[in-house]
Design a protein around this ligand. Structure first.
Ligand code: HPA
Length: 362
């Protein structure tokens, strides 16, 4: 395998000059630079980044720890992170903490041992050990999706956080259904302890209040952010004496579970029960009916997390910040609105287009 010394000899320059060309550490005359690049090409020289890291103490890598990587929402976040990292010359090491605090602490340690320069993490519902580890080892980290309560202490480590708006978009789904005449609107909520779950529950309650509807605790069930959990929770709702006439599901996986339960009960959407969901996904418009959904800016969340992390690496002492990205209301037909082909599957439709249906349930 060709070495840097071979490249230097072939180009007729010093090893230091080859290094400056490779690392952009000092200006090199154009014709010298070209001679080095030609020699690299000719000899098939491949830089050893491990050796370079030993010299520079920089690995140019970022650790990404998100659970449920197979969930399209997180897959899109990953795509955003990867593309942005690559653009800035960083590569990724990826781990799945499986939403388990002990496993989370372990994978974060493994990433740290690989000397990633910083981490992007979707924290679990009990992030205590994670925070302690990151703080103890002074690991620069950005949290995404799930917000963590951080002490407002000047000496505490500074963690930036990026997530989508959850409260107002969930309220929007509820007021939309209420505007169509529904009075018994249920929520299949996510895993307790996650900020996204808490905010979507708050949004649900705001939506009910804004529509003048009472909060009935029997209509709030927990699907634990997963399909199977949502299937059980929806089945529970359907066994109530007075069934809900509309359902809001708080993430994509739970939408699938809820649809399974509805099918098992022979119920059709939206004729028997209306459905609105948090999370849009690539095939949501292939369902019959097409799913009315809140679309999160998943790729942007990932890309933004990288930029904020690189910012943090450049300015370790700057104040921590929390950024929220807006979601879009994607108005389709599972809510019970008629299919209008000219309606774009795009962001929010004006409220005035949401006329109550005839014979709406009460
Ligand atoms: N958080 C936010 N949105 C989601 C999640 C999550 O854990 N899973 C699917 N959509």
């Amino acid at each position: 395998m060709a070495t840097m010394a071979d490249v230097a000899r072939s180009a007729g320059v010093s090893v230091a000059t080859v290094s400056h060309v490779l690392n952009d550490t000092r200006p090199v005359l154009p014709h010298t630079r070209q001679a080095v690049l030609d020699a690299i090409d000719e000899l098939g020289y491949t830089p050893n980044t491990l050796a370079r890291s030993l010299v520079t103490s920089r690995t140019r890598s970022i650790g990404l720890a998100v659970s449920a990587i197979s969930n399209p929402y997180f897959t899109e976040i990953l795509q955003g992170v990867e593309a942005e990292a690559l653009q800035h010359g960083y590569s990724l090491l990826i781990a799945d903490p499986h939403d388990d605090p002990a496993h989370e602490r372990k994978v974060v340690q493994l990433l740290h041992e690989r000397r990633v320069e910083g981490m992007i993490i979707a924290p679990s519902a009990q992030p205590g050990e994670l925070l302690a580890y990151l703080g103890r080892h002074r690991v620069p980290a950005v949290f995404l999706d799930r917000l963590v309560d951080l002490p407002p202490d000047d000496d505490a480590p500074r963690f930036d956080q990026i997530c989508a708006e959850s409260t107002e978009p969930t309220a929007r789904l509820v007021t939309h259904l209420a505007g169509l005449g529904h009075r018994r609107i249920a929520l299949v909520a996510g895993r307790p302890g996650l900020s996204t779950t808490a905010e979507r529950i708050t949004g649900y309650r705001h939506g009910l209040a804004a529509s003048g509807l009472p909060y009935d605790e029997r209509l709030l069930v927990h699907g634990h952010s997963e399909s199977a959990g949502a299937e059980r929770a929806t089945t529970e709702l359907l066994s109530l004496g007075s069934r809900p006439t509309a359902l809001v599901t708080a993430n994509n996986a739970m939408t699938i579970g809820a649809l399974r339960a509805l099918r098992a009960h022979g119920l059709s959407v939206p004729a028997d029960i209306a459905l609105c969901c948090f999370d849009d996904f690539a095939w949501a418009d292939l369902f019959t009916p097409r799913l009315t959904a809140i679309a999160q800016p998943s790729r942007d969340i990932g890309a933004r997390a990288v930029r904020v992390l690189l910012d943090r690496l450049a300015a370790p002492d700057r104040p921590a910040r929390t950024e929220r990205l807006p979601c879009a209301f994607v108005h389709r037909t599972s809510c019970g609105c008629p299919d209008t082909p000219q309606r774009p599957d795009g962001p929010a439709q004006p409220e005035k287009s949401e006329k109550p249906r005839k014979g709406t349930p009460s």
